[in-house]
Every structure is written in structure tokens, then in C-alpha cells.
Design a protein around this ligand. Structure first.
Ligand SMILES: Cc1ncc(COP(=O)(O)O)c(C=O)c1O
Length: 430
């Protein structure tokens, strides 16, 4: 570690709470510069970024076309609050209604994913006049009190008691089925278990079922075909709203603009953030008009709909649409997935490789352990080896044993080749 990195690490330790300093790597990276698919550290190293700042920079770091639009807005209006209208905020509302699936039309604009989830839960409770929310084990929804309460990943839960009315159901994690079954002979038993939670833990009274399209922090758990269709039927039967958290899966990441478009359902509310603005603070939840119109209590968000973040979001969506980046996500994602599956066969520590678009998970298991025993330390080591090879990846999973690739959607096949080669040689070192 050079002196500059050391100095900033010491300062960070002195001035930040430890909770904020869960840095990747034995020797944390001080980021000095970024450019589209690349990050550069203070030591002069270049990295191919296969994590996109936690699935945010979908259009590439500091994408010049987006920067130009943001700079124009910076010169014009930087802040007025939601007490006043701005063109940027209103145009953004219109854009979100245009790009979201089904009849989602009215938004509430906030700053983060946690706030979007909190808001969606409040809206579901307001509209249904019921209190219970069912979410999934291994789901991650944020840091605020309610968003953290609906989070079902042990390592990211704070130790405070949950607010009332939150209930968990098992997740559709087919690689390690919580019900010890196999798809498709299971006949989606996890959805039966979810309905059981509604019937017996909630006495049939449930305001909303909150589910990520693909569990991100949970390790890219991809629900099998038919899952969401079954969940929607359960929601309708119990007059509960289907709330889809697209904070990680949104904005082209999975090969479609929104992840839920891979299933044939119509969400009642969608939560968005992260890739919505390519790095600017922005979040939103959008609902069907009848549901949205039930939220009449006065409410403001000082920074929600901030003109600079709104301009960034519009520029980002325009860029995604012009470049059809979801198509590149699908093509390069599938290309990388197949290549990773091929190299994965040569390494005993690879349990499963799965993915949709540019959300690809490498499930690491212990080499000499019992069947499918999570390789948590091995995943940490793998991350270090990848870094040495010049590739930044993410880590996830309920056991911290999943290494994930989620590069900017602008990534080329040649860059994906480099990431796969780095994975191959890093796996060989385990
Ligand atoms: C699916 C999902 N929902 C919500 C959140 C919370 O977003 P934020 O960190 O912007 O509050 C995250 C963050 O990782 C997430 O992955």
C-alpha cells in the first residue's frame, strides 16, 4: 500500500464509524480515477470494473454524454425542493411512467433504494389499510429501519427488533432449496410456503408481498419459471399488493429494462434506485394510479427530485434507450455466462454458475467439504486473486460464498474475455 492510500485509510478509520468501513480487500482501494468500464487506484493500477459501484454505473463510469447533460443542469438550477416544480423532475416522472411495465404511472421520487422501499411499504399499507408485509429470506432492501426490517440476509441485519408486521417466507433458491426439493418436481413449493405465511403468520391480512426480481445481495438467486406468476395469484387472492424491488435488476441490467419483464406479471408497485441515474443519488417508487392516488397525506422530500439528479436520470435513461444497452447486457451476459460455465467445469470449488444478462454469480463451495458446503473464505480469497488480475468483482450470498460479475452494460466481448480469463486463473489459485 503506498503512502497516500495508507494516509486516507487512517483518516477514514479516524473519522468514520466502523459500520461504514466494510471495505473490499485486505488492502483497500483508494479510487483515483474512473473511465467507463475501468477504475484506477492511487497505486497506478487499472481494473476492469465488474461490479459497477454495486450495480449502479450501467452506462459506464463518468459517461461523457450523461456528464454533459448534468453540467448543463448544474449551471441552471441545482436545488429548490419538492415544494416547487422543475422541468427536470416532472419530465422524469413522465419518463418513468413510459418505461416501466404495465400500468405503473405515478411516482414518488426520493434519493436512495432504502427510501424507495420504505415509501412503497407505506403506500401499500395506506392503500390496503392493512399492516402486514411479507418479504423473503435472503432478500436485501436497505438500511433504513423499515427497509432493514424487511431484509432477510443475516449479515446485513442490524440487531434492533423489527417493526411490527414484517414476516419472512422462504426464497426460491433452487441451488440450496430451503425446502430440500428440486425444480420442477417441487411444483413451486416455496410459493405454497409463502401463502402459508400469509394465512398463519398474518391471519390472512397482508398489505404487500415485497420481492426482488433477482435477489442481489442474496447472491443472484433467480426465481424459476412460473414463480412470479404464482406469487401474483397469491397476492390477488389475499388482496395484497405485489411490490417488486428492482433496485439492482432495473435499467437494462438483466437483458430487459426491468427484471420483472422476464415473467408474465404486472407489479402494483416497483422500487428503483442504483442504476436509475448511473451514480447520482436517486430513487423512486412508482404505482398504479388508483394505488398512488391513495397517498394524499402531505409529504415532502427535500432532495427528492433534485434537478441535477433528475437530469442525470433522464440522460441515463435516454442513453440506455439510444444504445439499447439491455441488448448488449443480454448478448455479452449470455456469452460470459457460457464461457464461465465452461471454465467452471475445471474447478472443484465452483458449485454453480448462474445469471441473467449482466448479473452473473459464481457460487463457491469448499473443495473437500460436504456436498455444497459454502466456500466463504474461498470467495474472499478469490476476490483478492481477481484484484491481482486487474478485475473487480462483487461478493454476495447468505453465506458470503458467491462472487458476482455485474459490469457496466457497455462492456464488450473482449473485455468479458479478460474477466473470464482472470476468473479461470484466480479459481486455479484456490
Ligand atoms: C435490492 C435492493 N433494494 C434496496 C437497496 C437499498 O438501496 P440504497 O443502498 O440505495 O439505500 C439495495 C442496496 O443494495 C438493494 O440491493
Amino acid at each position: 500500500m503506498n503512502n497516500k492510500t495508507k494516509k486516507y485509510l487512517e483518516k477514514a478509520n479516524k473519522y468514520f464509524m466502523p459500520s461504514l468501513l466494510h471495505q473490499y480487500y485486505e488492502e483497500p482501494i483508494l479510487v483515483e480515477d474512473v473511465n467507463m468500464e475501468y477504475m484506477f487506484d492511487a497505486e497506478g493500477n487499472q481494473y476492469l470494473d465488474c461490479f459497477s459501484g454495486i450495480l449502479v454505473t450501467n452506462a459506464g463510469h463518468c459517461n461523457p454524454e450523461i456528464t454533459e447533460k448534468v453540467a448543463e443542469q448544474l449551471e441552471r438550477i441545482q436545488h429548490v425542493s419538492t415544494c416547487f416544480l422543475t422541468e427536470a423532475m416532472v419530465d422524469l416522472g413522465e419518463k418513468l411512467a413510459e418505461i416501466t411495465p404495465g400500468n405503473l404511472q405515478k411516482s414518488f421520487i426520493v434519493n436512495t433504494g432504502s427510501e424507495a422501499v420504505d415509501g412503497a411499504i407505506n403506500l401499500a399499507r395506506t392503500y390496503t389499510q392493512k399492516e402486514n408485509i411479507v418479504s423473503l429470506r435472503h432478500g436485501y432492501h436497505g438500511r433504513t429501519t423499515t427497509a432493514n426490517a424487511v431484509t432477510g440476509v443475516g449479515s446485513w441485519r442490524f440487531i434492533h427488533p423489527d417493526p411490527l408486521g414484517i414476516h419472512y417466507a422462504v426464497n426460491p433458491y433452487c441451488y440450496r432449496c430451503p425446502l430440500d426439493k428440486e425444480y420442477p418436481s417441487c411444483d413451486l413449493a416455496c410459493t405454497v410456503a409463502l401463502e402459508d405465511t400469509i394465512k398463519h403468520a398474518c391471519g390472512g391480512r397482508v398489505a404487500g408481498i415485497l420481492i426482488e426480481t433477482i435477489q442481489g445481495v442474496g447472491g443472484y438467486v433467480i426465481p424459476p419459471p412460473g414463480y412470479f406468476e404464482r406469487i401474483q395469484k397469491i397476492a390477488q387472492k389475499h388482496e395484497a399488493l405485489l411490490i417488486i424491488d428492482e433496485v439492482q435488476t432495473g435499467f437494462g441490467r438483466t437483458g430487459k429494462m426491468f427484471g420483472i419483464e422476464h415473467w408474465n406479471v404486472e407489479p402494483d408497485i416497483i422500487c428503483m434506485a442504483k442504476g436509475i441515474a448511473n451514480g447520482f443519488p436517486m430513487g423512486a417508487y412508482i404505482a398504479k394510479p388508483k394505488i398512488a392516488d391513495s397517498f394524499t397525506a402531505p409529504s415532502i422530500s427535500t432532495f427528492g427530485g433534485n434537478p441535477v439528479s433528475s437530469a442525470a436520470t433522464i440522460a441515463n435513461i435516454d442513453y440506455l434507450q439510444q444504445q439499447k444497452l439491455w441488448e448488449n447486457a443480454e448478448e455479452v451476459g449470455e456469452y460470459g455466462l457460457q464461457k464461465l460455465k465452461t471454465i467452471g467445469e475445471n474447478h472443484d470449488c465452483v458449485g454453480e454458475i448462474r445469471g441473467k444478462g449482466l448479473m452473473i454469480a459464481i457460487e463457491i463451495i469448499k473443495k473437500n467439504g460436504s456436498n455444497r458446503e459454502p466456500g466463504s473464505q474461498e470467495a474472499v480469497n478469490l476476490m483478492e486473486h481477481l484484484k491481482e488480475e486487474g478485475v473487480i468483482a462483487g461478493k454476495a450470498g447468505a453465506h458470503g460464498s458467491v462472487v458476482r460479475f455485474a459490469p457496466p452494460l457497455t462492456i464488450s466481448k473482449e473485455q468479458m474475455d479478460k474477466a473470464v480469463e482472470a476468473m479461470d486463473s484466480s479459481l486455479a489459485k484456490l
